[in-house]
Ligand binder design. Structure first.
Ligand SMILES: [Zn+2]
Length: 98
């Protein structure tokens, strides 16, 4: 699922507020912020289960170190799978996410 460009600045601001050290890569000590991918990915349960976890992906542009953050815990995706505005928490209509 693509995050609309209009909401990326608010999402970056929210992540910056949540992360204690947003500008330090633990692998290479790069000082630039980890780059936020503009799509939400899922991690699927191994085996016969059908559970999936929506994730935000952040990556170091120097070494490629990658972090996954739960989009549900950050209130970006609700339990029904709808995208929520990073500041208001209001549901974003599906047509705006394409
Ligand atoms: Zn790095």
């Amino acid at each position: 699922m693509r995050i609309p460009d209009a909401f990326l600045p608010a999402l970056r601001k929210k992540l910056h507020e949540k992360m204690k050290h947003p500008k330090a890569c633990p692998i290479c000590d790069a000082t630039s912020p980890l780059a936020l991918n503009s799509r939400i990915f899922t991690m699927s349960e191994y085996g016969d289960g059908d559970h999936t976890f929506p994730l935000l992906v952040l990556a170091c542009e120097t070494c490629g170190h990658t972090k996954f953050l739960s989009a549900v815990m950050l209130n970006i995706i609700n339990l029904e799978g709808a995208l929520l505005h990073p500041e208001t928490g209001k549901r974003i209509p599906r047509w705006e996410t394409k």
